[in-house]
Design a protein around this ligand. Structure first.
Ligand code: FAD
Length: 495
């Protein structure tokens, strides 16, 4: 009897496309359109319940649906008469680290205005759209009038206003990992300091909340506990050597090498335990939990506990300079209010500029052709401000490019111990050992600038990221080589 050989092949969904992953926002927010579920489309389905609902006294909870970045989103919407009194999130396929932060914001906006016709949460526009469409669906079921919800639906236009100056000891511009870490450290050093963090998006944590699956540490507690001697005690020199070719300055690599154990302890003090050490220096929170998600959640909690004032939806637009010294920052918020935050110290932690094609073209030519995995806030807002004020800027052309991003999502993929890349014609086109710009450009040159990443059970077992992406349905799976290809071919693509 012939034994069937199980291949277990996994193929990245619409697959890999080249992208620059410096530190910044994701452009995919503006490149795909989810299927529209408008209130009008749901009217027929809802008709049966409408009369019943109209007659009901007191609050009624409706099961409503919207369509977001990841597909169908379910929402329980409670309506009392003509008032929306509660929204409860049900099953959805949005990116959790985004939805966890965005849902409370959009929920509050809808409850406060008693309508889904409100501004979307920046950095979560598709998810916001899904929630708004679901509320409109529920209102239709309740026999209430509501306008069609589209991606462009927004709250009433605001009038520009100028507010009085605000003062602080320290103002931090940017609520990503760097900004939060700076604010927390300042407050831990002196709890009496008045520290304000402004973040232009409506949610915090910049790129940090996304695919930060690993965190490079040496002399960490996890390494010591795992008996990972290669990188423990007095291995600073090894680390410096390993990192010296990565493009960082010698000074930064040295601080990195010497202070990592301090950082590990600092994170542990705030309840962030990077307990899973793999591949010498890499750390995750757990075997199946990315480091970034846990670090960012921990820092946001810690910032709140320390009483750091966080102003989201507030963009730093310019430095306030007096006699060559920076004395604060001019800001504008999403209510169109402008004001100055005057401070003893101003920290700019606005990340990179990979979401600005213009800046890439100017400072790192060649990279502007790629999609970015960065979140949408990374537009280098202060680059020109620094230039105008004669500030020194270094390493502006040092862009880190991860060539594999799953389209139409923004997630980096690959990294399995065994994987191949094939183009849409089914041919390999480059050695998989290639990386960076070389691989990015090669992918870009293939049909539609997209290729497929194929791995097998060995690759699947070798790296949590692949297992996570398979679990999320980003990969098509089969037991023979042609099965996953068919799965992808039949998958509906959003345009
Ligand atoms: C896809 C991806 C995967 C990654 N994976 C890893 C990993 O596995 N391990 C790892 O160590 N690192 C990883 N990184 C890198 C890591 O995410 C970044 O180094 C880190 O996020 C940089 O932090 P930051 O605070 O400097 O910048 P950011 O995270 O970019 O945060 C900057 C913040 O400033 C805000 N901002 C910008 N302009 C303004 C303005 N004018 N006013 C107010 N706010 C503003 C932005 O909206 C943003 O919230 C990854 C990055 C990406 C994109």
């Amino acid at each position: 009897m012939r034994k069937a050989r199980l291949w277990n092949v996994f193929m990245a969904s619409a697959s890999a496309i080249s992208l620059a992953a410096c530190s910044g926002p994701g452009t995919n927010e503006t490149t795909t359109t989810p299927e529209t579920t408008t209130a009008a489309e749901t009217t027929t389905a809802a008709a049966e319940t409408t009369e019943e609902a109209k007659e009901a006294e007191g609050p009624v909870t409706y099961d409503a649906k919207g369509s977001g970045y990841g597909g169908e989103l379910n929402l329980k919407v409670t309506i009392d008469g003509d008032t929306i009194t509660d929204l409860e999130l049900g099953e959805h396929h949005e990116t959790n680290v985004v939805m966890d932060r965005a849902f409370p914001v959009i929920r509050q906006r809808i409850l406060d205005s008693n309508t889904p016709v409100v501004d979307s949460v920046t950095a979560a526009t598709f998810s916001s759209y899904a929630v708004k469409a679901a509320v409109a669906d529920a209102m239709t079921q309740a026999g209430l009038e509501v306008e069609d919800i589209t991606m462009a639906t927004a709250g009433p236009a605001k009038e520009a206003k100028t507010l009085d100056d605000v003062t602080a000891d320290i103002v931090v511009v940017g609520g990503g990992p760097s900004g939060l870490a700076a604010a927390i450290t300042a407050k831990q050093t002196n709890k009496d300091l008045n520290v304000i963090v402004i973040e232009k998006m409506d949610i915090l944590s910049g790129n940090g909340k996304f695919d930060m699956n690993f965190y490079d540490l040496i002399n960490s507690q996890a390494q010591k506990e795992a008996g990972n001697e290669k990188w423990t005690v007095d291995q600073v020199e090894n680390f410096i050597e390993a990192k010296s070719t990565a493009g960082d300055s010698e000074e930064r690599v040295k601080v990195w090498a010497e202070q990592e154990n301090v950082l590990d302890a600092w994170l542990r003090d705030m309840g962030v335990n990077l307990d899973y050490n793999y591949g010498a220096m890499n750390h995750m929170a757990k075997e199946d939990q990315y480091a970034g998600e846990v670090i960012q959640a921990g820092m946001e909690e810690c910032a709140k506990d320390l009483g750091i004032e966080i102003r989201t939806g507030t963009k730093g637009v310019d430095l306030i300079m007096e006699e060559g010294r920076c004395v604060g920052v001019n800001v504008e918020n999403n209510a169109k209010e402008s004001y100055a935050i005057k401070a003893q110290h101003t920290i700019i932690a606005t990340g990179g500029f990979c979401s600005s094609k213009e800046l890439l073209k100017e400072y790192a030519p060649g990279y502007e052709v790629f999609n970015t995995s960065n979140q949408m806030g990374t537009t280098g807002d202060f680059v020109k401000v620094f230039e105008e004020n004669g500030f020194k800027m270094e390493h502006m052309d040092n862009v880190r490019l991860f060539p594999n991003i799953i389209v139409p999502r923004r997630d980096l993929t690959g990294g399995a111990d065994l994987s191949i890349l094939v183009n849409k014609e089914g041919s390999r086109f480059i050695s998989e050992n290639a990386g960076g710009l070389e691989l990015g450009n090669a992918i870009q040159a293939q049909t539609d600038g997209a290729v497929f990443s194929i791995t097998d059970k060995t690759g699947y077992d070798s790296f949590y990221r692949i297992r996570k992406h398979v679990g999320l349905g980003y990969y098509s799976q089969g037991e023979t080589l042609d099965q996953p290809g068919r799965g992808i071919g039949h998958r509906r693509r959003r345009s």
